[in-house]
Design a protein around this ligand. Structure first.
Ligand code: FAD
Length: 439
């Protein structure tokens, strides 16, 4: 198919219409900037990542989404509960024991097809232009600077668009990170997830209807049980690949049902329900980009970093990074300076949040670790653990990490997330250029 000759220009191009992209877009469009979102799929489209945590509230409030969430059918989530393999259940931990009941303490279990559609429409209402079924195929380069993208629309027509800044919000595709060799794995967090949906399985009542349950399986794996509206429940298992595929079993349906048989609580919950019959599997999803930005480019949400989903932090981090990048790009556009250095604070903030959450994820998977034991020795540690798990991830947790290290080792921070300055980074900037051109 031919490429259209005339390229259009915008203030910002956003690749990907998930939560990170639409959050940035809403902010930039509201400031009056000309924003283009290019999204590969036609919305509403399926996506995993359905349980929100309390500190999604602030970015959702910033972009005017709270009234829409309150008016939605999404199940309200007030708590998280932990269940042992033999069925013993902790008390639900209610967020309103620590946060304001009317705001942060109530969050939602969403159907991502609907949530992402509302987010995309919200960005549109604020003035962002959205082109769905449009896949970005490469970045356009001038020297070492990204100056726009080439994309292909539904009819196969290729076109170019230009902007002083491009936001990579491509989620697990990690479009620019993959193409530039910046994608780093997290060696210990190489889990596999298998999941499906049930209709009319058992759930709590009243404020417990939207409780997220994390049900442990042997060998430090866990089930999630997330009640959604329309009588559906999202249920999945996360564990080491070698544990889930023991005996040479590879079929997700067989893996799922074998594990359900071993977990009394999940088995009982699902006993009244009916499986939708569709099973999903994914592996090795934890990853980090070496850089948060490069000339003309900034990475947002999962495209920057993604952690194991045990504490449901993904959408919170996507929204938070979307908000920070939206504000930083606005300031850069106003100042006429979008150099990578302008994203240094953004990169440092998100990396600090990711590293805090990552420490708790590592601790969770350590067979010798128990939240209960830490809190028994240090009763005031409970509040700090709660803050981190609720998404208040940019506090100083030094004391908490020192206390937890008395029980289990915690990982050092990864040396990632600074912007890539073309001049300061030797030959690496030209590597962007080469990869972008061929990409
Ligand atoms: C098993 C599992 C369970 C999870 N559970 C939770 C949970 O309970 N709670 C939670 O908060 N998070 C959870 N997550 C994480 C959550 O799914 C992500 O963190 C979140 O969706 C990230 O948002 P994003 O906007 O960065 O990317 P995405 O939501 O992935 O959006 C990226 C968008 O970019 C588009 N795109 C990609 N490439 C291109 C291209 N070349 N051109 C145009 N468009 C493109 C895609 O179509 C997509 O719409 C889970 C993840 C996994 C794997």
């Amino acid at each position: 198919m031919p490429t259209q000759n005339k390229s259009q220009s915008y203030d910002a191009i956003i690749i990907g219409g998930g939560p990170s992209g639409t959050c940035s877009a809403a902010i930039l469009a509201e400031y009056g900037h000309r924003v283009l979102i290019l999204e590969r799929e036609k919305f509403p489209r399926y996506h995993i990542g359905e349980s929100l945590i309390p500190f999604t509230f602030q970015p959702l409030q910033r972009i005017g989404m709270i009234p829409k969430m309150k008016g939605s059918a999404f199940v309200k989530k007030y708590s998280v509960t932990f269940v042992q393999p033999d069925g013993r259940r902790s008390q639900p931990f209610y967020f309103f024991n620590r946060y304001d009941r009317e705001t942060v303490a109530q969050t939602w279990q969403v159907l991502r097809s609907e949530f992402d559609q509302i987010m995309l429409d919200n960005a549109r209402e604020k003035g962002a232009e959205v082109r769905e079924e449009t896949t970005v195929t490469r970045t356009l380069m001038e020297g070492d600077r990204v100056v726009g993208v080439e994309a292909k629309d539904k009819s196969g027509q290729t076109f170019e668009v230009r902007a002083p800044i491009t936001l990579d919000c491509t989620g697990k595709e990690a479009f620019t990170s993959n193409r530039n060799g910046w994608r780093m794995s997290d060696p210990y967090l190489n889990k596999v997830a298998v999941w499906t949906y049930y209709k009319d399985s058992k759930r709590g009542v009243g404020i417990d209807e939207g409780d997220t349950t994390v049900a442990y399986v042997p060998d430090k794996g866990w089930f999630w049980h997330i009640p959604q509206h329309n009588r559906m429940t999202s249920v999945g298992i996360v564990a080491e690949g070698k544990y889930l595929s023991r005996g040479g079993v590879k079929d997700p349906k067989t893996i799922f049902h074998r594990e359900v048989e071993e977990n009394q609580w999940i088995k009982d919950r699902l006993s009244t329900g009916e499986s939708t019959g569709e099973y999903f599997i994914t592996s090795e999803y934890s990853r980090h980009s070496k850089y948060c930005a490069a000339p003309g480019l900034v990475l947002v949400g999962d495209a920057l970093a993604f952690l194991d989903p045990v504490f449901s932090s993904g959408v919170m981090l996507a929204l938070k990074s979307g908000q920070l990048v939206g504000e930083a790009v606005h300031e850069g556009l106003v100042a006429g300076d979008l150099s990578p250095a302008r994203f240094a604070n953004y990169g440092a903030t998100i990396r600090a949040g990711v590293e805090n959450m990552r420490k708790l994820v590592y601790a969770f998977y350590d067979p010798k670790f128990s939240f209960r034991e830490v809190i028994a020795r240090y009763p005031d540690a409970g509040g700090e653990i709660t803050d981190c798990l609720s998404g208040d991830v940019n506090k100083d947790f030094t004391q908490l990490w020192n206390r937890i290290r008395e029980f289990v080792p915690l990982p050092d921070d990864l040396p990632y997330g600074a912007p890539l300055e073309s001049s300061a980074d030797g030959g690496k900037a030209s590597a962007i250029s080469a990869a972008g051109k061929s990409g």
